[in-house]
Design a binder for this molecule. Structure first.
Ligand code: TXA
Ligand code: MG
Length: 325
């Protein structure tokens, strides 16, 4: 198990000497290393069992600090950054030459964001290099939203976990890029498309697919629990599956219906923000419960619900894709 605590000084010292530290963000915990230290970055790929073609997001403390990382910030990107950073928005921008190819998997564009968490903000401000940080989970598994989640799987392989409590957004950042004057969403996430559109005008949604896994968060199976998960109409599915050995994930409590012991709600009251925050810990909880199969229903397809449904679909996605990656 890795030492866990709130010691920013210790995290600084480890990162400066090329170590790996799990850091809290508002979305999920990241596994951080010095973006310019290629040995440390390579160790992240090894610890996560992450394919080398999957690039990593660079994190910095503010818009001014991005100058070190990207060649230019187009007007659209600047407007988005001014409005939504710090926050769950990642942008793909042209990288400076000295950003290692390992970080971007050979691409000319680097994914960059300013996370919204006080501890990580202080950490980033104190360092004189940016941090790369993918989600702190083995590749393909559910992302961690607490220090305990990180410790459960990666604890034996990393140097320190900076504990910032539970992540308040709970799903990863929204990833956008720019094609001419159009804003393209490559991954749905914690910032709602409508918020982005309010700044940029019309957006295009272009999830990356297995045939072109630009953003492997878009692989068919990702964010997935160990157990088999089926997404659909839970009441219909329950007719087919033995309910003693079946875990159920519902969006909210159903009026007048008694819940079975294996039933969990993303949000008792049906609040999408709360559902996003709880999603990954509920998927993890299902893996620890005495159930064989997980039945889940989609949430309303609006606002944050778009990103939640995206994660649910991938959590239930075909496992073959995992082998391919
Ligand atoms: O909220 C988040 O984004 C969290 C926290 C820790 O910041 N990070 C996160 O990282 O979700 P990760 O590595 O689990 O997912 C990042 C996604 C991947 O699907 C990756 O392929 C894509 O971003 N990505 C990173 N750099 C990219 C690049 N240069 N071009 C295209 N896609 C990129
Ligand atoms: Mg991830």
């Amino acid at each position: 198990m890795a030492e866990t605590g709130k010691n920013i000084g210790k995290a600084i010292q480890i990162l400066e000497s090329g170590g790996l530290v799990a850091i809290p963000t508002e979305t999920v915990y990241g596994l951080a290393a010095n973006a310019f230290n290629t040995d440390a970055v390579a160790r992240i790929f090894e610890v996560k069992n992450r394919p080398w073609f999957d690039p990593i997001i660079v994190h910095c403390s503010g818009l001014a600090e991005t100058e070190q990382i990207v060649k230019e910030i187009p007007d659209l990107a600047r407007s988005l950054a001014e409005k939504f950073w710090p926050g769950p928005l990642t942008m793909l921008l042209h990288k400076q030459d000295d950003i290692p190819d390992l970080v971007t998997a050979g691409r000319q564009k680097v994914a960059i964001r300013v996370p919204d968490h006080p501890i990580t903000y202080t950490l980033l401000k104190s360092l004189d290099f940016p941090l790369v940080a993918p989600s702190a989970n083995p590749f393909g598994y559910v992302s961690p939203t607490s220090a305990q989640h990180v410790n459960q799987q990666l604890g034996d392989h990393i140097d320190y976990i900076l504990d910032g409590g539970e992540c308040h957004v709970g799903i990863e950042s929204t990833i956008v890029g720019f094609k001419n004057d159009t804003t393209v969403i490559y991954r749905l996430g914690g910032l709602e498309p409508a918020n982005i559109e309010s700044i940029t005008g019309k957006i295009v949604f272009k999830p990356q697919s297995i045939s072109n896994p630009n953003a492997p968060g878009m692989l068919e199976s990702h964010y997935a629990p160990e157990k088999r998960m089926i997404l659909g109409n839970v009441d219909e599915l329950l007719k087919k599956y033995d309910s003693d050995k079946t875990g159920i994930i519902r969006f909210k409590r159903q009026a007048g219906k008694k819940a079975s012991g294996n039933e969990l709600y993303l949000s008792v009251t049906g609040d999408l923000r709360e559902a996003a925050k709880n999603l990954f810990s509920i998927l993890r909880q299902m893996d620890t419960m005495d159930v064989e199969v997980i039945l889940a229903e989609k949430v309303p397809e609006e606002g944050l619900g778009l990103a939640i449904n995206d994660r649910l679909k991938r959590a239930a996605g075909k496992r073959m894709q995992k082998i391919i990656t």
